[in-house]
Design a protein around this ligand. Structure first.
Ligand code: BGC
Length: 384
């Protein structure tokens, strides 16, 4: 039995304006809804809003206009009890604190222009070499020093027949962080009545460039702040992965997972082989790898035995970065007032492979002015 949402409201979305209408009857599942509230002010005075997208079936996703961050993601457990399964902070200050900015784990954020790493912070396209901001040793990571995770996005609620959506947009000027072309980006979060979070990414450019957009939510299906994720069982639709060098840049090889701790073709507890001395595990301090998706089925499925929560990931992307939260240090205190230590959350970042602009054998990340970049990823939640 599902609990009735405490205040099931239907939001009327007209011309981007929202008005809250009637409460749904207590016996029925609620209507989908979008609501908006202030979430703080940036040091330069810019106001940040928080939008709540409700499925009407127990799922609530809260997104802030700073970084397009999924600030919380509430879904029911097997007994219908809601729990926030996304790591984050209760206030804007959490995302702006010096400790957070130094560690920069990218909680919940939209990642761009290029999710993951580009080796030596440079790439060559059509004969021109573009130097990028190096923010991860000599490499560039997740868009550079000030990526899409730190931009303020324009937000517009989107009305679906029975879904709750939010369209975020940001125009990245030509040359930002070294990337060529003005990139017009929209990211649409949609919460469906089936308790899915669908993320649609779109971008256009006025000069040839490279793009690789993703979302960096850390999940803990037992609830954020509840401890490590090592009991979660993970299944990946991937029989190959891209091995990395000591700086986490792919070597260019596409290797079978067979016989390695990276073989998740059968559901396996994340912690079962996390201390395996395989050289790839040592480099990543655990899992921090791009898996090459076989296609034809879900990219990933995660189940958490205690709560019964299940998350399934589907995507149009060819790869997925499975990151087991190895660099969380215990210095950040999250939404529920508990600290996040190593392994307290995991990311499944759908993407093109890292360093694709320098790897001709990887699927291309080039976007040209006559094209539109379009990808979709769905995180579907259930409980059993
Ligand atoms: C990367 C990690 C990195 C983390 C936080 C992940 O996507 O794969 O190597 O530490 O993001 O920056």
């Amino acid at each position: 039995m599902r609990p009735v949402p405490p205040l099931a409201v239907a939001a009327l979305l007209a011309g981007g304006l929202m008005s809250v209408t009637a409460a749904a009857p207590a016996s029925a599942a609620g209507a989908s809804a979008v609501t908006k509230e202030p979430f703080g002010t940036m040091p330069d005075g810019t106001k940040i809003d928080r939008y709540t997208l409700s499925s009407g079936h127990g799922m609530k996703v809260r997104v802030i206009t700073f970084g397009g961050i999924v600030q919380s993601l509430e879904v029911p457990d097997r007994r219908g009890r809601p729990g926030n399964v996304a790591l984050g902070f209760g206030t804007l200050d959490g995302y702006l604190s010096p400790t957070y900015r130094t560690e920069n784990p990218y909680f919940g954020a939209i990642i761009g222009r290029y999710g993951n790493r580009i080796g030596d912070a440079r790439f060559t396209l059509d004969g021109t070499t573009y130097p990028l901001t190096a923010n991860d040793g000599k490499n560039t990571l997740h868009g550079g020093a000030k990526g899409f995770d730190q931009r303020v996005w324009k937000a517009e609620p989107v009305r679906g027949r029975d879904s709750a959506g939010l369209r975020l947009s940001y125009v990245s000027p030509d040359g930002e962080e070294g990337y060529p072309g003005t990139l017009r980006t929209t990211v649409t979060y949609t919460v469906t009545p089936k308790n899915e979070l669908r993320i649609g990414y779109e971008a256009t450019t006025d000069k040839a460039t490279v793009v690789n957009l993703t979302n960096h939510t850390y999940f803990n299906l037992a609830g954020e702040g509840s401890g490590d994720i090592y009991d979660h069982r993970l299944q990946l639709g991937a029989s190959k992965y891209t091995p990395v060098d000591s700086t986490l840049i792919p070597t260019g090889e596409i290797a079978p997972v067979q016989g390695t701790p990276l073989d998740f073709r059968k559901a396996t507890a994340i912690g079962e082989r996390i201390r395996d001395g395989h050289p790839q595990m040592v480099i990543g301090r655990g899992y921090d790898h791009n898996f090459v998706l076989d296609g034809g089925g879900p990219a990933a499925r995660v189940t958490e035995p205690a709560s019964g929560r299940v998350m399934e990931v589907r995507t149009t992307e060819p790869g997925i970065q499975f990151y087991s939260g190895n660099f969380l240090t215990g210095r950040l205190v999250g939404t529920s007032g508990r600290m996040y230590r190593q392994g307290d959350g995991f990311c499944l970042e759908t993407q093109h492979y890292p360093d694709s602009p320098n790897k001709p054998n990887f699927p291309s990340t080039t976007l040209r002015p006559d094209e539109t970049y379009r990808t979709t990823t769905t995180y579907a939640f259930s409980a059993r």
